[in-house]
Design a protein around this ligand. Sequence first.
Ligand SMILES: Cc1ncc(COP(=O)(O)O)c(C=O)c1O
Length: 313
Amino acid sequence: MIRHAQIGAATLPAAEDVRRAAERIAPHIRRTPVLEADVDGRRLTLKLEHLQLTGSFKVRGALNALLSGPGTGRVVIASGGNHGLGVGAGARLLGVRATIYVPQTVPPAKQRRIAATGADVVRHGRSYAEAELAARTYAAEQGLRYLPAYDDPDVVAGQGTVGLEIVDQAPDCDTVAVAVGGGGLIAGVSLAVGARAVVGVEPAGCASLHAAVAAGQPVDSPVDSVAASALGASRVGRIPYAILGATAPQLALVDDRQIIAARDRLWEEFRLAVEPAGAAAFAAWLAGQVPGDHACLVVCGANADWSPTGESR
Ligand SMILES: Cc1ncc(COP(=O)(O)O)c(C=O)c1O
């Protein structure tokens, strides 16, 4: 059971905020398609969010936050990759200057794409947590806005717009499964999908939500997975955790071998080229960890250079 975190209710976004976010960002994003499939005799819907601008859903939260927050004309963030791409692309669209801290472990493919948005890229630290600390310090020193990757009400509401599209495009699905890093995506989607069951999928090597549930609050946990550049938040966000305390998703764990097998199967059967995080929900579904008669799985990211063995190089 996820317990309610100590956080002011005013800080927490609600379903209405997700609907407002959808209106706000609609002119800028793609409404990604869904693919109806039959796998091993079971019905399945895949929400192809890896076809979103920038290759992941992250641009949704970034745009919603940039459009609704204080307009300083400059923003500082830290990102293992996809949040950086989302903010970089969103900032360019809106004429905002972005400074993006990435850990030294960021896959070169992601760093290249972030730099191509025109953002200033700063490589710092061996983990997301180290890059984040440096970015927050820089923003505070310079008096600039720091935009968190997942622990922010506008980011959460923006990510939830994926869920609104699922409700519209696959109205009879009974379960929605998403990958979890810091919890922004699952929190937003949980707000958006009403009474449907939500399953949060984490790699066994970086399972910050599982760790938080075990401890009764967000805590630091190890980060070691083939999907770490996307799902490697060492601690789930306080805002997502508080939302999930009310919406009560189910949790699933998959190991790296299952993630890579699922990624390869998405390619072999559907010609979908995704990064490891993008296959996590499918891995859980294949392992029988997603209940219900008709699940919708969010295929959430594609920012990898294709490699037959694992993470992008
Ligand atoms: C492709 C992909 N999927 C899932 C996630 C997890 O999102 P969240 O940190 O909001 O849980 C991320 C985060 O960067 C991501 O890049």
